[in-house]
Structure formats: C-alpha cells, structure tokens
Design a protein around this ligand. Structure first.
Ligand SMILES: Cc1cc2nc3c(=O)[nH]c(=O)nc-3n(C[C@H](O)[C@H](O)[C@H](O)COP(=O)(O)O)c2cc1C
Length: 206
C-alpha cells in the first residue's frame, strides 16, 4: 500500500484536565509522519507538568516521549509556537494546514473560539481554521456542563467545528490510561480522515 499523505496539523493544548490526550496525539501523529505545529496556553503547559511531568520550557518533546514510552521513529516535524505570538505562521490563513485540534479544550478557550475573540494564538488559529473552512476538532473537558458551555459548544459546531468530547468508551477493555487516551485520539484522527491503528474497530459479537 502507498504511504499515507503527510499532513500538517495545528495542535493546541489548553488548561483543561487531560494533558495525556495531547501527549498521545503528538506521539501518534509524529510517528505516523505528520507535521505538527504546537501551541500550548500557559494553563495548558501547567497541566502538562501537573498531569504528565512534561515541562515544555525545559524538555524536548521527542526525548520525553522516548523516555516515557521507549524509542520510536518520528518522521513528522514538530514546530513549537508561543501562545502570545499572533504573528506566528499559524495566525494567517495564507499558510496551509489540513486541520486543527484543540486537545484538551478548556471552557475558557471554547468561549473565546465561540465568540471569535482571537486574543491569543490558540483562539486566532482556531478562528482562521474556521474561516478557511478547514476541519477544526475540539476535545472539551469539563463536567458538569452549564448552559453557557452547552451554548458555546452548539455555536462552534454550527460554525463548522467537530466536537469530540473527552469521553472514552470502555468497550475496547482499556488496560491503561494510555489506552483510554488513544481511544479519543483515534476518534480525532477518524474525523480528520487520518488512518490509525490506535484501537481495533468495533466488531459485533454475533
Ligand atoms: C489543575 C487545573 C485543572 C483544570 N481543569 C479544567 C478542566 O478540566 N476544564 C476547564 O474548562 N477548565 C479547567 N481548569 C481551568 C482553566 O485552566 C482556566 O479556565 C484557564 O483560564 C484556561 O485558560 P486556557 O484556555 O487559555 O488554557 C483547570 C485549571 C487547573 C489549574
């Protein structure tokens, strides 16, 4: 089979619980040869430290992945951007990318995207992704949801975003937190039509 086409993905990590979802997406995406433009908000960085012991300021993502999960070939290129840099390449629709994922997506960033506020690079890149009619996938994590959250989710869905809530299924019999996270990453990849083998497709038991 010919190799899958290399994609350029924008990945944003914001300050909701579930930094592991982002880590597993980076791992799978880079190993599959996709190029990733990464931007993490301040609280996204904090949650990466608190939940995954990954400090983006001091640690190179590839070495961290090697140390945590064992060495792997990563043919995708990782480019880091600063949240405050509204002059970054991914702030402009003149740059091409194949899709953007906000994983995990806080209710605050969701509100910013829903309002078209574009005050930081996460919100601006999401705004551009929507205006250029490219796929935008949000992985929100909050519970319970108030009416404002629900209305914001509806608003961004109407504008073209796909909501993949951080709600892993259990029918694959996950053995680890990584299995749970990979379930969500697989769902995100499916939305973006990126082939993956993160979990087997469901088979009816008849
Ligand atoms: C430990 C911790 C966990 C948090 N978990 C969530 C969460 O699951 N969902 C959420 O919407 N906000 C959560 N927050 C609050 C957000 O981090 C906060 O609203 C922040 O302003 C989000 O900014 P950002 O979207 O720019 O990252 C959490 C904050 C902390 C410190």
């Amino acid at each position: 089979m010919p190799p899958e086409p290399r994609k350029r993905l924008v990945v944003a990590i914001t300050g909701a619980s579930g930094a592991l979802y982002a880590v597993r997406l980076l791992k799978a995406g880079l190993e599959a040869g996709h190029d990733i433009d990464l931007v993490a908000s301040d609280y996204g960085k904090r949650l990466l430290i608190e939940e995954c012991d990954l400090n983006l300021k001091t640690t190179e993502v590839g070495s961290w992945l090697d140390e945590r999960y064992g060495p792997a070939e990563r043919t995708g290129r990782l480019t880091l951007h600063r949240e405050q840099d509204l002059g970054a390449s991914i702030a402009s629709g003149s740059q091409r990318w194949d899709g953007m994922i906000v994983i995990p997506c806080s209710m605050k960033t969701l509100a910013g995207i829903a309002a078209g506020f574009a005050a930081n690079l996460v919100e601006r890149a999401a705004d551009v992704t929507l205006k250029e009619r490219r796929p935008l996938v949000l992985v929100p994590r909050e519970t319970p949801l108030n009416l404002i959250h629900l209305e914001n989710l509806t608003r961004v869905a109407r504008a073209g975003a796909t909501i993949v809530p951080a709600m892993p299924g259990f029918y694959q019999k996950p053995q680890s937190l990584e299995d749970l996270a990979d379930f969500i990453v697989g769902r995100v990849f499916s939305v973006l039509e990126i082939p993956h083998r993160l979990f087997p497709a469901w088979k009816a038991g008849d």
